[in-house]
Design a protein around this ligand. Structure first.
Ligand SMILES: *Cc1c(COP(=O)(O)O)cnc(C)c1O
Length: 385
């Protein structure tokens, strides 16, 4: 069984469960993103919600990327980590006055606005500060991302954004608002998208929409295509970095940008997922009638993706070279859904072995909870242990 490379001797000194981030892989991923996006002059805003560990944020900010935030605290965390406010975008359907004021005070690049009442509140709050808020309108393009229904966001029935039919009246409304400047359109169709055709469909919709908007005599400086590029959860060792080359090429080929128009994107998962693993210790091996369970010290409170959306994570026993056997890998939480996976092929497993739950760098540590009064997992960089 091919496994990831882990500093097991160092792991033995750290209290489990914990997140381990391979900085070399993160850097390699960031190198590729930089190389491929800069070919076309595309602007990358890392989606902070995927992983907001301050050490990870700092590594990404140092490379000159922007940030995509979905709460006031994320805006603050991005600023604290060194992302320039001039590269911060702020999306979300329920931005509160406090969050809007914080973002206005920092003079962020742009608000991605999702509704008319939000537009009105933003205009008022900007007016009382004597500022002009730059905005992109988030459009719901009704594109099916062919991903899990909890993480598809671009269909008409979702709560996000404006429908295409309302665009003209909303644009007219923004023009009558004194403290709003419309600088672009924003799209985000879902997450863990592995079929690039969904992005091609998105490009076609944007092209149509741009023609229409232009026929109204309106010029937009920016097109923001959101995030959503998927990773390979089955083969983290063989495919540790997503195909950013094809991803960026697709937009350059299929999206008809106007002269001087900038393309922005907001990758989250595709940047941080593969560099992270949840390291957990086997507390007990329990033999049932037909099954055996590896009961580990990590649970759904540390990594909720399997319980929340039946997500698959590859699991490796990094302490054992024994014969392959099958185990249900389960956590200690008092919930039946606290199962990382069933019938997992692991090298013969004993109490005390360390397991690596792979591809856990995105929507892992950040979604941890204290249910059952558990300790929140700590995240360690490979360079600091
Ligand atoms: C979640 C989110 C992203 C990032 O999505 P990934 O699938 O992690 O790339 C980007 N933009 C917006 C608006 C989001 O809500």
């Amino acid at each position: 069984m091919i496994k990831g490379k882990f500093p097991i001797d160092k792991f033995k000194k750290i209290e489990t469960p914990f997140y381990y981030y391979d900085v070399a892989l993160l850097n390699e991923t960031l190198n590729l993103v930089e190389q491929e996006s800069s070919k076309y002059g595309f602007m990358v805003h890392y989606a902070v919600k995927a992983n907001a560990n301050p050490k990870i944020l700092k590594l990404i900010a140092e490379r000159g990327f922007g940030a995509d935030c979905v709460s006031g605290n994320e805006v603050q965390a991005a600023i604290d980590a060194g992302f320039p406010a001039s590269k911060i975008v702020f999306a979300g359907v329920g931005k509160t006055d406090r969050e809007i004021n914080l973002a206005l005070d920092h003079n962020i690049f742009c608000f991605n606005v999702e509704s008319i009442p939000e537009l009105e509140v933003l205009n008022e709050l900007a007016k009382s500060k004597g500022k002009i808020a730059s905005i992109e309108l988030r459009i719901n393009p009704n594109v099916d991302a062919h991903t899990h229904h909890y993480i598809t966001t671009g269909l008409n029935e979702n709560k996000f954004g404006f429908s295409m039919d309302d665009l003209k009246s909303v644009i007219e409304m923004t023009r009558s608002m004194t403290n709003i400047e419309l600088i672009g359109l924003h799209f985000h169709i879902g997450s863990q998208i592995t079929d690039l055709n969904a992005f091609e469909t998105l490009c076609a919709k944007i092209n149509e929409l741009q023609d229409e908007v232009e026929s109204w005599g309106i010029y937009l400086k920016n097109i923001n295509v959101g995030g959503g590029l998927g990773i390979n959860y089955e083969h983290p060792n063989h495919i540790p970095i997503p195909d950013f080359e094809s991803y960026f090429r697709l937009f350059s080929k299929h999206l008809k940008l106007r002269a001087g128009q900038h393309l922005h994107c907001e990758p989250g998962r595709s940047i941080v997922a593969q560099c992270g693993s949840l390291i957990t210790k086997v507390t007990y091996v329990k033999k049932g009638g037909t099954k055996q369970f590896a009961i580990v010290d990590a649970g759904m409170t540390d990594l909720i993706r399997p319980a929340l959306y039946e997500a698959y994570h590859r699991i490796e026993n990094i302490s054992s070279q024994g014969e392959i056997e099958k185990y249900d890998v389960v956590g200690p939480i008092c919930e039946s859904s606290d199962v990382f996976n069933k019938d997992v092929e692991l090298n013969s497993t004993q109490r005390g072995d360390l397991l690596a739950i792979r591809s856990a760098g995105a929507y892992g540590e950040i979604m941890a909870s204290r249910y059952n009064l558990r300790r929140l997992p700590i995240g360690y960089l490979s360079t600091e242990i």
